[in-house]
Write a protein that binds this ligand. Structure first.
Ligand code: SAM
Ligand code: SF4
Length: 378
């Protein structure tokens, strides 16, 4: 099974924390979308397996009219075989979700929405330069919950000035819509963003690590209490509602990324990504070229990625898989590296699967880094 990702590189305004690839200048919308159609046709043989997921992400795909999105969906249906249960997701900014737009999305075959709520606190939304208010999020969620069986909500915790109490209010507000899925991310200060500039010149103060961890722990406890599985560090799903697109990334399935900056993976050793520059992307595609950079993953890279995603997800790290996919040297190396973490009870063996106990979940990335292979070349 495989997936297709479409990256729509435009936004209404730049959120102060965001360093994804997007432009707030919309002059190039038509040429970029046309080039993306052309890229999809050029790469129509890139995937062999039937598609389990089609995903419109960004940027802000909800700036695109349904009839334009339908062009992509029709082409995908023409050139690829689709699984019967294909999940077709669109990231929706709350300020774009009029009832007629949502009804049209449903009509063209979008069957899952990921709503970028981030926070229900107006002061946090303003501080982060979001283009919507809390009232707009509430309104759009009411309509989304009526029209769509499957939807998710993105939240951000660890915002400057946030407290345990404001975060509790955010979670309560989110749960009041009983979304089948929630993704909650720790605010990351990305380089070259306004947020990074503000942290540097002390316009805002980052929340202490312990406060961020307390917000994460509260999130996990509250969501588990009401039936969500914390199946990946930042992702929570009701049974049957894990995100197919993201689960496929974590499980190493092949995917094709269309559009500026979009990444692709052949499910084996080859990873590639398009140029993250709209004009250069359009020019290359118009000239019949793919503006791709390709990387061949070494066994070591794949081992390290497997450790990272394994420890972040409920699937864990399976030693039998390590042995068969990477060989005995890697299995022995892992055995040796895990010892101190087993002693600290930051890791435990569940049969042949290595897992992180809930109390150490927040440390997942650091623990994974200790298990990475750095020096050995296969
Ligand atoms: C790139 S956005 C695209 C979705 C849509 N444009 C939106 O903003 O709602 C995907 C998600 O990444 C998360 N995100 C982006 N930058 C982040 C950062 N610096 N720290 C934490 N989460 C971030 C947000 O939760 C956002 O919903
Ligand atoms: S968070 Fe979303 S809306 Fe904001 S700049 Fe990033 S992609 Fe655009």
């Amino acid at each position: 099974m495989a997936g297709i990702y479409f990256h729509i590189p435009f936004c209404k305004q730049a959120c102060h924390y965001c360093n994804f690839h997007f432009s707030t200048n919309h002059k190039a919308v038509t040429p970029v979308l046309d080039a993306m159609v052309q890229e999809l046709v050029q790469r129509k043989k890139a995937l062999k397996a039937p598609l389990e997921s089609i995903y419109f992400g960004g940027g802000s795909p909800s700036l695109v009219l349904p009839e334009k999105l339908a062009v992509f969906l029709n082409l995908v249906a023409k050139h690829y075989s689709l699984s019967e249960t294909v999940e077709v997701t669109l990231e929706l900014n709350p300020d774009d979700g009029t009832t007629s737009y949502l009804e049209e999305l449903k009509r063209i075959g979008i069957n899952r929405l990921s709503v970028g709520v981030q926070s229900f606190q107006n002061d946090e939304l303003q501080l982060m330069h979001r283009a919507h208010t809390a009232v707009e999020s509430h309104k759009v969620l009411e309509t989304v919950a009526t029209l769509f069986d499957n939807f998710s909500m993105d939240l951000i915790y660890g915002m400057p000035n946030s407290t345990q109490s404001t975060w509790q209010q955010n979670i309560a507000a989110a749960l009041s819509y009983t979304p089948p899925h929630i993704a909650a991310y720790a605010l990351t200060v990305e380089p070259k963003t306004t947020l990074a500039h503000w942290v540097k010149n002390k316009t805002v103060t980052e929340l202490p690590e312990e406060a961020v961890q307390a917000q994460y722990n509260y999130l996990v406890e509250e969501l588990q209490k009401v039936g969500y599985a914390n199946y990946e560090f930042s992702n929570f799903g009701k049974p049957g509602y894990y995100a197919v697109n993201n689960s496929n990334y974590w499980r190493g399935k092949p995917y094709l990324g269309i559009g500026p900056s979009a990444h692709s993976y052949d499910g084996n050793f080859l990873r590639s990504w398009n140029i993250a520059q709209n004009t250069k992307y359009v020019n290359a595609i118009q000239a019949g070229e793919l503006p791709l950079t390709t990387e061949t993953l070494s066994t070591k890279d794949r081992f390290n990625e497997y450790i990272m995603t394994g420890l972040r997800t409920e699937w864990g790290v399976d030693t039998n898989y390590i042995f068969s996919a990477f060989g005995p040297t890697y299995a022995a190396y892992l055995e040796q590296q895990v010892a101190p973490h087993l002693e600290l009870q930051h890791l435990f063996w569940d049969g042949d699967t290595l897992r992180i106990p809930q109390k150490a979940r927040f440390l997942s990335d650091g623990i994974a880094a200790d298990l990475f292979l750095v020096e050995l070349q296969p």
